[in-house]
Design a protein around this ligand. Sequence first.
Ligand code: GCU
Length: 422
Amino acid sequence: MIGMKPWLLGAMLFSTLCAEEFNYDETKVSPYVLPLLFEHKDGTPAMSASLWQQQRRAEIVSLLEKEMFGKAPPRPALRFRVMEAATPALGGKALRQQVRVFFSSKDDPALDLLVYRPAQHSKPAPVIFGLNFKGNQSVQADPAILLCRSWIDNKDLKKPDVHHALEESRGIDAGKWPMAYAIERGYAVVTGYYGDIDPDVDDGWKNGVHALFPENESQRNAESWGSLAAWAWGMSVAMDWIVQEPSLDGKRVALQGFSRLGKATLWAAACDERFAAVISQNSGAGGAALNKRIFGETVGRLNRSFPHWFCGNFRQYSDNEAAMPFDSHFLLALAAPRPLLITSATEDRWADPHGEFLAARATNPVYQLFSHTGLTATEMPAPGKLVNDRIGYFLRQGPHSVTEEDWKAYCDFCDRHMPFNP
Ligand code: GCU
C-alpha cells in the first residue's frame, strides 16, 4: 500500500464496501455457538442471584467495556440551569420544563433536557426517558422549545452542508415522540439531543464530551470510549438530573432508545442500575441482535461505517464474529433483573428481528436466577402482539422507525412492570 496514490486506495476501498453482501436468508445462517452466561456443573447452574450481582455481572461489564464500548470516565460534578420553569403545554394536559445540564465549568458542551409531564398528577410522575436524533425542537412543533445549539445533520431537510439547527426542523420527528399519547397514559417524557453529548461524526474526538477529558484523549488506546459509550454516559447525566427533580419519580424511570441509541441504551442500563426499566427498539447489530448469526448488518460493516461508535478492540471481531467470547445476550443480561423490552419491526431485516428475539430468549437463565421467567414465548409473536413478560418482546408491522404503536407497547409494558398509582 505504501506509495499507492490516495485516490486509488480510496477507489479500492469504495469498491470493497460496495461489494459487501449481507445475508437476509434464514436458511443461510450457519450454526454458531453462544458463549454461556455462566458456568454449569453437572447440568445445573453454578450460579445464584447474589453471585451474579456480586461477581459475574461485574466481570461481564468489564468484558464488554474492554472489548466493545470502551471505558468512560466518571461523571464530573454537574451544573443545572433552569431554562424554562414548568409551563402549561399540550392544551393544558401537560407541563413543559427545560433545563440545561453543564458537564464542566465551560458553557459547552451542555445537554438540554426537555420535559413534558402530566399536569394532573399529585405525585411525582413515572418517566420514559430517551435521547433524540434531531434536536429537542424536532420532537414537537412547539415554538417554545429551545433550538438545539450543537452540531446537527440536516440531510432530512436536504441541507447536508448546514450543521446548525433550523427553525424548519421544528416537529420533524414528532411522529416518533407522541407526547400527548404518553401524557394521556400517565407518563412524563424526558428527552435530550444525542449530539449535545457527542456529535455523531468521526472527527478524531475533538468535539463533544470526549474533548472535556484531554488527558484521556491524548492517551487513547484500544479500550478508550467511543461515541456509544459517550451517549450512554450522557444518559446517566440526564438521570443525575431526573433523580433530583421533585416532580419526577426517580425510582420509576424507563430508559428508551431507538436504533444506534437502542444500542447505547443497553450499555447505559448495564452501567447504571438506577434505570428501573429498559426499552431498546430496533437496535440490531451491536445492540440486541445476536452478532454470531451474521444476518443483516455485521460487526465488520458496523466498524467500517461507524469507526467512532465502538472501542478499538471491537475491530478484532470484524468479519470474525465466531471469535467473540460474548454476544448480545451478555449485554441484555446486564439489564437483569429489571424489566427489559426489546422491540423490532417486520421490515427491519438489517437489524435482524429474529436475532433480537433469540438473544432475548438466551438471556432467560439470568432472569431465572432472580425467579423471573424472562421471555416465555418460544416462537416469534405475530406482529402487533406484545409479549408482556419481564423480558418483553414486540414486533411491529413496518419499517425501521418509531411510531405511536411502539409507544403503546412501551406504556403497556411499563404499566405492568413499573406500576404507578397517581
Ligand atoms: C444504520 C446502522 C445501524 C443503526 C442505524 C441507526 O442503519 O447501520 O447499526 O442502528 O443506522 O441508528 O439508525
